[in-house]
Write a new protein. Structure first.
Length: 143
């Protein structure tokens, strides 16, 4: 193998070095860690707090025991709660992100409005206006 990759390997290297591939990998790793945290929150805190009275009244110790005719609806109920908590957490994160983006856009618009005009842009606008007036006068003389 040479130091300069060619063909397939060069294309593969370009693919790996794209920013969005690295961002995706980071997102997957963080998402997996976040999923474990949420799963623990639901399994160890929320589900027992919500279902503990039900389990106690049914004289059961575990969600695995909450079943009818082999259908473990206790585990299904825990999975539904897990989904709702994850969906709500993602909703809150997206809402916070969108709020931060709106705040950043407002700040950038304010800074752009307060920034002094570019002298080159002003010069270009003056030249364009002068050329328009000149063209208009030439048209008037022709007629």
């Amino acid at each position: 193998m040479t130091n300069n990759p060619t063909g397939f390997w060069r294309d593969f290297q370009k693919f790996l070095m794209r920013g969005n591939v690295v961002d995706l990998a980071v997102a997957v790793i963080i998402g997996a860690a976040f999923g474990k945290i949420i799963n623990s929150l639901v399994t160890d805190i929320i589900t027992p707090a919500i279902l503990s009275p039900v389990l106690t009244s049914l004289h059961l110790n575990d969600l695995n025991d909450l079943a009818v005719a082999g259908i473990k609806y206790g585990l299904f109920l825990a999975a539904v709660i897990n989904f709702v908590v994850i969906a709500f957490s993602i909703f809150l994160m997206i809402r916070a992100f969108e709020s931060a983006q709106r705040r950043l856009r407002r700040q950038e618009a304010l800074e752009a409005a307060q920034a002094p005009p570019d002298p080159n842009l002003l010069l270009q606008e003056r030249i364009a206006a002068t050329l328009d007036r000149l063209a208009q006068r030439l048209e008037e003389r022709k007629n």
